[in-house]
Design a protein around this ligand. Structure first.
Ligand code: SF4
Length: 117
């Protein structure tokens, strides 16, 4: 049996939720005070995901680098591999917020977007 304590980030109450389980099954969830927290803790225990932000090289831009982010969270266990790909990217104009510079990184369903212009 594994136990993981998760701080819920859905609202400012920041409840500490304890999830117990083994393998890919959950035995119990305690400490949440609403259904949203239970859903968040369950997802965080089974399939933790994070948004990524980074910088990439920029050609003909006002600075040598430009900031980017993922369009949606990516699985935590693919974060390092994603960052290795992102750091090799080099982008050119046009510089528009939200422009996709890489689609579906590592088959995560997340695109890499410019966050500056
Ligand atoms: S469990 Fe519910 S009340 Fe607690 S932090 Fe999460 S969303 Fe907010």
């Amino acid at each position: 049996m594994n136990e993981k304590t998760i701080t819920c980030i859905i609202c400012p109450s920041s409840c500490h939720i304890t999830v117990r389980g083994s393998g890919n099954s959950i035995e119990s969830i305690e400490g949440h005070t609403c259904k949203r927290g239970m859903k968040y803790a369950s997802s965080e225990y089974l399939h933790p995901e994070r948004n990524l932000t980074a910088i990439v090289k920029a050609k003909d831009y006002k600075t040598p680098v430009i900031s980017v982010r993922t369009s949606r969270p990516v699985p935590k266990d693919k974060q390092i591999a994603c960052m290795r790909i992102i750091r090799e990217l080099e982008v050119g104009p046009p510089y528009e917020i939200g422009r996709v510079i890489l689609k579906n990184i590592l088959d995560t369903g997340a695109d890499i977007l410019l966050t500056n212009e």
